[in-house]
Design a protein around this ligand. Structure first.
Ligand code: NAD
Length: 335
């Protein structure tokens, strides 16, 4: 199959080539898929995209006209794809659902520890030979209540990790995981009650019509004073203006996030010489109680290997006319 790989990053090409083993004719381009770059797919059977590429209806229609039949995502989240439209126009879409939920869960814990124990600030202080502790006081996680919103692949690993820290773990999900309830004393609560009871909250749901701006002012107000919020899911689940207000008022203790609502076109690029046009992102980054990483939770050696293997598996299935277990169905409603 001829495959155009959009948004190809240097650090993933080697794995993709290794997994491919020369089977498919792959071309790697750094450009993200959008209405302008879609024409680059002329003459290709399939494309591969990443989480910030735009696969909305208008883009899918261009791809279809060009004869592209398959699209495989190198990501777990697929909120950037109009899956329903793809199904309707006969374009098959696959994704990478299980490459390493541990990579994301471990990054979430890393964000929390760095935020709570002020590790970034400590490092900056020490670089200037300032060894005072006055601004470095955090709190014990042991004995605290941690709320996990979304107990799927990533959230369920976080339940186990925080249980091992000695935390009381509560959760919210549209479906319960009885194994976690029985083995980790997990208690499912309505979202507002979870917010009222938790000292730390981790977001681990997909971004869809139900979860878009799920975390907005009323929920922030329901939280305990000083709560820490961790987001390794998708930026659009949190209303950025509201999280900034809650942080500025001091009601929210801190926000550590790997994602940002308007990250498309900014994340995965180096803007150090050009600066940023996004005032909201600047405001967020400049807040002292914010820790933002550039959508890097997936970036582990193991996860990159699995993403590459899954990408080639999806392409192989389609080429060989086999059922692809990672194909997305029309029942999924995405933004
Ligand atoms: P998953 O599908 O296994 O789990 C998601 C859970 O959220 C499910 O249990 C589901 O029932 C629940 N859920 C869905 N809608 C909900 C709602 N309205 N309220 C409460 N719960 C709801 O997915 P996963 O593999 O755990 O990944 C979760 C998300 O993490 C992905 O959708 C993706 O957006 C994000 N992600 C981010 C990175 C990163 O690099 N930062 C990497 C991988 C995944």
């Amino acid at each position: 199959m001829k495959v155009l790989v959009y948004s190809a990053k240097d650090f993933e090409i080697e794995n993709l080539e290794k997994s491919n083993g020369g089977k498919h004719k792959m071309k790697f381009v750094p450009e993200a898929l959008n209405a302008t770059t879609a024409v680059m797919a002329a003459g290709y059977d399939a494309i591969s995209i990443f989480s910030n590429d735009d696969a909305s209806l208008v883009v899918l229609e261009i791809l279809q006209e060009l004869g592209v039949k398959y699209m495989t995502l190198r990501s777990t989240g697929y909120n950037n794809v109009s899956v329903k439209s793809a199904k309707r126009i006969g374009l098959k879409v696959g994704y990478a659902p299980e490459y390493s939920p541990h990579a994301i869960a471990e990054h979430a814990v890393g964000l929390l520890l760095a935020l709570n124990r002020k590790l970034i600030k400590a490092h900056a202080q020490v670089q200037h030979y300032n060894f005072l502790l006055d601004e470095l006081v955090g709190f014990d996680l042991n004995g605290k209540t941690v709320g996990i919103v979304g107990t799927g692949r990533i959230g369920s690993i976080l339940v186990r990790i925080f249980h091992a820290f000695g935390c009381k773990v509560v959760a919210n999900d549209v479906k319960r995981n009885s194994y976690l309830e029985h083995h980790y004393d997990l208690e499912y609560l309505p979202l507002e009650e979870l917010c009222r009871k938790s000292d730390v909250i981790s977001i681990n749901t997909p971004l869809n019509y139900e979860t878009h701006h799920m975390f907005h002012e009323p929920l922030f107000m329901a939280m305990k004073q000083g709560t820490l919020l961790i987001n390794t899911a998708r930026g659009g689940i949190v209303k950025t203006e509201d999280v900034i207000s809650a942080l500025k008022s001091g009601h929210l203790g801190g926000y550590a996030t790997d994602v940002y609502e308007h990250e498309r076109g900014v994340f995965f690029t180096d803007n150090s010489s050009t600066g940023l046009n996004d005032g909201l992102l600047k405001e967020l980054i400049e807040l002292p109680n914010v820790l933002l990483t550039p959508h890097q939770a997936f970036a582990t050696k193991e996860a990159l290997e699995r993403i590459a293997e899954t990408t080639i598996y999806n392409l192989d299935c389609w080429e060989e006319g086999k059922v692809c277990k990672n194909e997305l169905g029309f029942e999924t409603v995405t933004l």
